[in-house]
Ligand binder design. Structure first.
Ligand code: CTP
Ligand code: MG
Length: 182
């Protein structure tokens, strides 16, 4: 049960991260690929790279909040063991929390890319385990301003997230939504 509740808690982060990637395949968003660093370099290397766009951040955050709204309606019908406060939480709580989880996750991904570029790792090249956990770290840090799910759940999320990330990436690769399987 704690596994399912962990997933319920972190879902806005996962969906925000997934939707940022999927935004490249959505026809009306596809061509809006302005990078957040506007193509600028710093000491001969890109600041963030072409893989971090405004489109990704905006669409990802939007999808994360949609998940939060859905969760508000579902939460009333769940007998939580660990996320007790969620049952009677208001829509405003879910809106704030899903924004922090989604946007925070995407900021975590940006910070990871910033460090990758400083280390000279090219856009799209793997950098485990940070590619798999950047959004979790960002999502947890931002959401902790409003709600902390406890250390047990945090521990479970750090084990669960790389597994979910790997499976969803392989699926996206097989569906030709992503160019690389990692
Ligand atoms: N993406 C985006 N905007 C974001 C995050 C992701 O447009 N803020 C899209 C980009 O097309 C990106 C793809 O989703 O290439 C996959 O995301 P990710 O793996 O995070 O980026 P990488 O291209 O691997 O770049 P990096 O090496 O900087 O992680
Ligand atoms: Mg990547």
């Amino acid at each position: 049960m704690i596994l399912l509740e962990s997933l319920f808690f972190i879902l806005p982060t996962y969906v925000a991260n997934g939707c940022a990637s999927l935004s490249t395949s959505i026809p009306i968003l596809k061509n809006w690929s302005t990078p957040i660093d506007f193509g600028h370099e710093w000491k001969g290397k890109r600041i963030l790279g072409d893989g971090k766009t405004f489109r990704g951040i905006l669409f990802g955050t939007f999808c994360g909040i949609l998940v939060g709204i859905l969760e508000f309606f579902i939460a009333k019908h769940i007998d939580f063991q660990h996320l007790g406060q969620f049952k009677d939480a208001t829509l405003v709580f879910f809106l704030k929390l899903s924004f922090l989880l989604g946007f925070g996750g995407l900021v975590g991904d940006l910070v990871k890319s910033l460090i990758k570029r400083r280390l000279g790792i090219k856009r799209g090249r793997p950098w485990p385990p940070f590619d798999q956990t950047d959004f979790l770290i960002g999502g947890l840090l931002f959401s902790s301003l409003l709600y902390f799910p406890g250390w047990t759940m945090t521990f479970i999320l750090f084990i669960m997230t790389p597994v979910v990330h790997l499976f969803s990436n392989i699926t996206a690769y097989l569906l030709k939504l992503k160019d690389v399987w990692w």
